[in-house]
Design a protein around this ligand. Structure first.
Ligand SMILES: Nc1ncnc2c1ncn2[C@@H]1O[C@H](COP(=O)(O)OP(=O)(O)OP(=O)(O)O)[C@@H](O)[C@H]1O
Ligand SMILES: [Mg+2]
Length: 268
């Protein structure tokens, strides 16, 4: 079974039997008068990796950032429509955004570790969420660094500054920091774009391991990366989702000409 567009709601949905981790209903994002996202309704399947692809400026980051309310603080940005997580619309003022982001975590394009030790980069967020017990903190620091495939390289230097790590290591530290809070959903905006091929493949391996536990939504400009790691791919263009399907279909036999043109490198 492929995905289908239901007539009643126009939601682009996965296999009907699949468990949905997150969905948006008619999501619009405006920056002032400019409409960057024009009513996107789509569902993300649990424990899968979904890639968002499309030419520069088509709204991938805008859409991704909306999913955990990162656009709240962007001047002039207005997000309307529903973002349904665990049966609740998290796009309403009453939602505790700090708590919500514990469940919907984010990793940015440029690694942004705090100017603190490797250990503190992870422990800091946990303490802010009320965890004080040293042994428990130690354990989570270790498991999240292991999950992010960084532990072996840093286990003897946890007190070293995170800024002394390589770019690829810093990005994996940021992934460790995000997963230390045990989010359900991990949003990543071009997490490997600043990395060399070896670090990129390490980050990709990490993501493939993480999908056992998490639902991953990743923006990428790298078509090979999207086809290597993602189960589903959504092609964005001018603020709309043009096509959303199983990754291999998007890359081998897309249904829509614009998708075909983009994935074969004819535009964008
Ligand atoms: N803070 C902002 N204020 C005003 N306009 C913005 C802002 N951020 C993005 N835009 C506009 O919204 C549109 C979508 O931008 P967005 O960054 O989401 O695109 P993108 O698909 O992530 O592009 P890229 O692949 O280059 O990262 C663009 O036209 C951009 O100029
Ligand atoms: Mg972007």
């Amino acid at each position: 079974m492929g995905i289908e567009k239901t007539l009643e709601t126009n939601i682009i949905r996965m296999r009907p039997e699949a468990e949905v981790a997150l969905k948006t209903n008619d999501l619009h994002v405006h920056y002032g008068d400019f409409e960057a996202i024009k009513g996107v309704s789509m569902e993300f399947e649990k424990n899968k990796i979904t890639s968002l692809i499309g030419p520069s400026g088509c709204g991938k980051s805008t859409y991704l950032r909306s999913l955990n309310r990162m656009n709240d603080t962007v001047p002039g940005a207005k997000v309307t429509g529903e973002i349904i997580y665990q049966g609740i619309d998290v796009n309403v003022p009453e939602v505790d955004v700090f708590e919500m982001r514990k469940n919907i975590g984010m990793v940015f394009q440029r690694p942004n570790p705090f100017s603190k030790s490797i250990y503190e980069n992870i422990a800091f967020a946990l303490r802010r969420h009320g965890m004080k017990d040293k042994a428990a903190l130690d354990e989570i620091v270790e498991t999240s660094l292991k999950q992010a495939a960084l532990w072996d390289q840093v286990k003897d230097q946890l007190n070293k500054s995170a800024l002394a790590l390589s770019g690829g290591q810093q990005q994996r530290l940021c992934i460790a920091r995000a997963i230390a809070l045990k989010p359900d959903i991990l949003l990543l905006d071009e997490p490997a774009s600043a990395l060399d091929p070896i670090s990129t493949s390490q980050v990709e391996e990490t993501l493939l391991e993480l999908k056992e536990k998490y639902t991953i939504i990743i923006v990428t400009h790298n078509m090979q990366q999207a086809s290597r790691i993602s189960d589903y791919t959504a092609f964005f263009y001018l603020g709309n989702v043009i096509e959303y399907d199983e990754t291999r279909k998007i890359f081998t036999r897309p249904k829509i000409q614009q998708t075909e043109d983009y994935v074969s490198g004819h535009f964008g």
